[in-house]
Design a protein around this ligand. Structure first.
Ligand code: DON
Length: 572
């Protein structure tokens, strides 16, 4: 079985691997640029190194070439340090120290925003140095430890610093020293600039591989959760901020052309690496040391252009189909609940069931899809008594969807149609919506059921109750469907071998494995058959429900047993 799975996997993944192998071979021929040598140690690299890695949001890695060779992360560290600052200090504090405006200038430009006196953005050196100062820790040792912890959690393995590159930049990074002192002068940083630079140079000297960076990029594609380890490193709200500045500033004075042509938020480093992120899909890393005059890897740009164009990965390609939020809708005259109904009840539901509409929603709920869903709901409500919205196939609801649904609940209050929700609390995927409804005075008045079947059954009961289908509580054996048609003598015979049993709501009548020695005849109330759902703890699923008459808080049945008869027809 494993062997078959292995083969199937290899065949299925081949298209991406084959494309990457061909791309790597073609782009290997591209020349131009040269490795950065303003940090002398970087200039010693083998310029022919060339690796491409793509990591998916569920941790699949496609790689070709020199994907395990270590190199220093350089400026690709900047968006992650920015995300960490946001996570630790929140937006308002971080925005006081660094803006989000593209400069259109080189990464090491010595300019500050004249109005706010802060660096333009966290992708240029000035901004990154201001962000480095925000790394928490009482001592420099602690701050270095926290920085390494951050990058290690992003890569999913323990990372270290390339001491030679670090020392090389420490000895030669005079321009960065100038930037740091200028920011001390304008009070944008407060601590000793040499200490802040020590951390900044170390963050740039963290050793990574092409695969590590692809995983880090995929962590951003995956809303801040590392796809290899499952660890949440950043909140999705801050990932959005990181991607926004990467999109407008990540490629420095090439950012506009990159956004136009490649269309993925990206960041480059002078060691020759580029990461690109396609939110919700993949993270990419290309490593090839020769860089152009703007500090971006020549082959890295080419590879990203080709991947984007081949797989149509531009962020502004529209893949959203808001209309698919409605899976199907039906009415209770055509589809009934699992509850067994009498012929009379079935006949009534066949004529009255159209008053109950069920709408099955699916996918993610956000503004566009929720607006569609609610428009359809209100169209159905126009000629219904009940509208059931089943959320079973909805996997996510954002804040805007929650607000719209709560407003819909409010607007339907007092209208002729009642809104009924199903499958909201199956698991925790719709917790935000459950909370929003519970917190709103309108939302909590919406009737909720564990699944569409239970909701449908309740709506059917309402229709039946409206048609006076309650049978009262006094009955005899001859009134039970099963025994209808028996002569009075036969009824007496039945009464002599059965005994009445009364169960309270929630009582278990029999469990799987119990000995089958009793024959139950249901006289009043309803009985459910539930099975355990595999792999879901104690969760149970109702597979059938039956009742001889209308629902009741208590139900009664008779059993034929070996014991002597104890009773004649019940009344109550
Ligand atoms: O500040 C510097 O000079 C380097 N440590 C990082 C620069 C960098 O990677 C710029 N990106 N292309």
């Amino acid at each position: 079985m494993d062997a078959i799975r292995g083969t199937a996997k290899a065949e299925l993944t081949a298209p991406v691997e084959a494309f990457l192998a061909d791309l790597h071979a073609r782009v290997s021929k591209v020349t131009g640029g040269s490795p950065a040598d303003y940090i002398p140690e970087l200039g010693k690299v083998d310029p022919s190194l060339f690796g491409i890695a793509i990591a998916t949001v569920d941790g699949q890695i496609y790689e070709v070439g020199d994907t395990d060779v270590p190199f220093t992360i350089q400026s690709v560290s900047k968006p992650f340090m920015y995300g960490h600052a946001l996570q630790r200090h929140g937006r308002p504090t971080v925005l006081k120290h660094v803006g989000v405006e593209p400069t259109g200038e080189a990464f090491n430009s010595i300019v500050l925003d004249e109005v706010a006196n802060r660096p333009f953005n966290p992708m240029v050196n000035a901004g990154a140095i201001a962000v480095a100062e925000m790394m928490p820790g009482d001592t420099q040792e602690q701050r270095i430890g926290n920085m390494l912890d951050l990058f290690s959690s992003l890569a999913g393995r323990r990372l270290g610093i390339d001491e030679a590159v670090f020392r090389s930049e420490l000895e030669t990074g005079h321009r960065n020293r100038a930037i740091a002192y200028m920011m001390l002068n304008t009070a944008m940083i407060e601590r000793d600039p040499n200490e802040v630079l020590d951390l900044y140079f170390r963050q740039c000297s963290v050793n990574v591989s092409c695969c590590d960076l692809a995983i880090m990029a995929a962590t951003l594609a995956n809303d801040g959760t590392n796809p290899l380890t499952g660890k949440a490193v950043f909140d999705a709200q801050y990932v959005r901020d990181m991607l926004t500045v990467m999109n407008s500033c990540g490629m420095y004075d090439y950012a506009g052309e990159w956004a136009y042509e490649v269309g993925m938020p990206a960041k480059s480093g002078v060691s020759g690496c580029i990461i690109a992120v396609m939110p919700g899909q993949i993270g990419i890393c290309v490593y090839s040391p020769p860089i152009d005059t703007q500090g971006n890897s020549v082959r890295g740009i080419r590879v990203c252009q080709e991947i984007s164009s081949e797989f149509e990965l531009h962020a502004f390609n529209n893949r959203t189909n808001v209309r698919s939020v409605v899976r199907r809708d039906y009415r209770a005259d055509l589809v009934r609940s699992n509850r067994l109904r009498t012929l009379e009840e079935r006949n009534l539901l066949a004529t009255e069931g159209h008053k109950v509409a069920v709408l099955e929603a699916q996918g993610a709920l956000f503004f566009g899809s929720t607006e569609q869903l609610l428009r359809k709901t209100s169209a159905l409500a126009a000629d219904s008594r009940y509208v059931v919205v089943d959320f079973k196939r909805v996997h996510q609801a954002d804040t805007s969807a929650c607000k719209l649904i709560v407003r819909a609940a409010k607007s339907m209050e007092g209208s002729a149609a009642e809104l009924v929700f199903a499958s909201l609390a199956e698991d925790d995927r719709l917790d935000p919506l459950v909370r929003a409804l519970a917190e709103s005075q309108h939302g909590h008045r919406v009737r909720q059921f564990r699944d569409a079947d239970a909701a449908l059954e309740w709506c059917e009961d309402q229709l039946l109750a409206g048609a006076n289908f309650n049978h009262g509580t006094k009955f005899a054996v001859s009134e039970i469907n099963l025994f209808k048609g028996l002569s009075p003598g036969e009824c007496r015979l039945v009464e002599s071998v059965i005994r009445p049993l009364v169960f309270e709501r929630g009582d278990v009548i029999m469990r799987e494995g119990d000995e089958a020695k009793l024959f139950f005849v249901l006289a009043r109330g309803t009985v459910s058959v539930q099975i355990k759902v595999h792999g879901k703890g104690n969760r149970k699923k109702r597979v059938a429900r039956s009742a001889p008459a209308s629902p009741s808080a208590r139900w009664r049945c008779w059993t034929a047993a070996a014991a002597p008869p104890t009773s004649s027809p019940m009344s109550g």
